[in-house]
Design a protein. Sequence first.
Length: 410
Amino acid sequence: MPPSDPPTSNPKYAWSAIARELPPKPIAAERVEDFLEIYATYDEATVREQASRCIQCPNPLCVQGCALNNRIPEWLALAAQGKFLEAAAISRSTSNLPEICARVCPQERLCEGACILNSKSDPVAIGAVERFINDYALDHRAVEVAVAPANGFKVAVIGSGPGGLACADELAQLGYDVTVFESMLIPGGLLVNGIPAFKLEKHIVERRVDLLVKRGVKFRLGVRVGWDVSLAELRRDFSAVFLGVGAQRPKALDVLGGNLPGVVDALPFLIQKNVDSPVVDLPPVDVIDKRVAVLGGGDTAMDCLRTALRSGAKEAVCLYRRDLANMPGSRKEYASAVEEGARFEFLVNPIEIMAGADGAVAGVRCVRMELGEPDASGRRKPRPVPGSEFEQPADILLVAYGFDPVPFPP
């Protein structure tokens, strides 16, 4: 088929003639041997076909489902025509980190979940097309990085995670003198330290940071605001201060034995396996040939399971108090975890962490759960089943119950 030919005689019905196709990925046995990003990139013919599945709704639900209200149908139409640079320019007009969002955003709960094709077929592969067009533009050096004329104002950005990077990018393009303060020694926040490379390789974030540096953004690494420099000093020396410290305080495991050796919070574990960072005050967590249990059902839990398997764990099992239908984690990440060897125990809640002869974790005493009426979040509330207690053997217990905001010193 020549590149200029439409995939069907009537492009509006391309979705019915072209099946949704995700980018290829290695078989699970191969990809668990390393931390490389598992998905490859579409070729040009495939990305055009996949983009052509969009029916160009007059009232696009995908835009409403996107947290940024990205102009999705516009850049899908351009991608379908092979106008990749123009498509990427439209994508960048509403997103400061489009090549990163394409990899880590939960599209199935946002834009793709809202796609009108879900009622008839599979949704348009919005995330994969977004990744292609923005990588294409970056690879072809088609992203503008000129330094904007200075407006005379200075802004301090605290934290170099996605919020901090997006703020710095937006302000730099408006002519502000921006300095980003980051407590870690590598910029990127959780994009680098928390999200495993098999979902987002480090060089993708490094490339975005390099673009910001070329736009004039300065980075001060290894600086803890509130300790090494006070907020009062920043307010004195800068016109404005943006707080982008994020929510990184782990929710507590409030059961008997929760402080035993071998009980580890998810984020320090992921940081330790992601980067060589002396900032993390945690002894090395060795999971080689060990049984790892993960508490929680979100994307952090999926990351822990998959990281443990790549780090040599003999077993990685997820203990989650609700069922799969009510699990908040990405279904795509869940499917990848299952493919890679993770096991899931649904409708299970820990009630005690068991100690072995050495005083460290040896297992988790659990109770079976059943679902009752919906709670305030709309999900059915779990309740214990009397007499259903059992023990799950474990040598390492990773707690992935979510995070609260980090208290910020004055």
